[in-house]
Design a protein around this ligand. Sequence first.
Ligand SMILES: Nc1ncnc2c1ncn2[C@@H]1O[C@H](COP(=O)(O)OP(=O)(O)OP(=O)(O)O)[C@@H](O)[C@H]1O
Ligand SMILES: [Mg+2]
Length: 399
Amino acid sequence: MSLQPDKILIVDDEPDIATILKLHLRESGYLTEWAADGETGLDLLRANNYSLVLLDVRMTGISGVEVLRRLRAENIDSAVIMMTAHGNENLVAECMKTGAADYVAKPFDIDDLLHRMERAIANRRTLKEKQLLEQEKEDFFFMLSHDLKNPITAVVGSIDIMREGRLGPVNSEQIDYLQSAIESCEEVVTMIDNLLDMQRYNSGRMNIRITNVDPLSILADAVRRFFPAAERENILLTLTAESSTSEIAVDISIMARVIANLVGNALKFTPEGGFITISCRSIKQSELHCIERPHYAVLPNVFPVPESYALISVSDNGNGISPAELTCIFERYVQAGNSSRRGQGGAGLGLAFCKKAVEDFNGCIWAESVEDSGSEFFILIPCHVADASYTNQMPEPCS
Ligand SMILES: Nc1ncnc2c1ncn2[C@@H]1O[C@H](COP(=O)(O)OP(=O)(O)OP(=O)(O)O)[C@@H](O)[C@H]1O
Ligand SMILES: [Mg+2]
């Protein structure tokens, strides 16, 4: 907190009022300056940093409302309390819309004015602190994506060149080690991507590009990507699907990351010798009621009503999740007890990202699990939208 006294600017063309105000404010520990008209007030505001302006509405020269308008246009962020003897409701509304923090009618009660000033200054301080925190957060995320992610991508590229034997012969054991180094790097990149995307979702700046795509192509890519890791752990990774699955309307790269998060989790939480099965089938709108879902997995009402949905699932026979934890694993930074028991690391962001993304596609996601027996994650996504197109709109939440 600042130990400097707050600086207050009084803009009023009546010297008597300005003098009385100055005396009271000084007694209360404020530093004060006075401008006898709007133009002088604006000049002082441009040159100094005031915590608060007490601004008379009706003055000779430009009006207080005009001063307020100009200082907001110039991004001068001092808090402003308007003062007038000629107030009416429309004027109050106009001042508040233009960015005044408060409004007092002359003749004012000095205790009331001091109370309002304190509140306006405290609010301005809180807002500035929030803006500063936001900026620091932005800088941190910028650092994450550039200073951390880019070098990891370069490391993966170099290891890959070695693994392919382009820098000299490598034996199968060395290939295995290099491959697992690549996978660890990819895990870190996925975590960073999840973190960045959650930040984008939260700030409403997530860009999505919806197109119609065959879900099998995304699922087959995931199997190809995770097959070597599964094989090393002696885990059977399979894909079972109807031969003709309808297209789904999704952002392909975001959907691919959703599936990668689910398969990555299944791999983390399934012991050697286990199995992971990815499956996909179509569900008609009329059959939806047969699919039992927990209360949080609600499909949003969309128009036109989708004729069918793709039901994608990723199941494993890993260590499972307790019933109590099952309801909150889709929240940010939540990890179930199994995570620490097995020292699996991670940030607890993967499923939160999956939920946001699936809801963006007007679908829903949920999980079923039996502790020590396995888990199954389900996604319902509407099939083929006639006018699938680019969009970066935030969707209605799935609830
Ligand atoms: N297939 C699964 N089997 C057992 N537990 C799971 C499974 N998938 C998720 N979980 C539990 O849900 C938690 C949250 O998963 P989530 O993907 O959000 O985070 P994470 O994998 O721990 O970290 P991150 O994805 O950020 O690297 C996990 O920590 C784990 O406890
Ligand atoms: Mg995860």
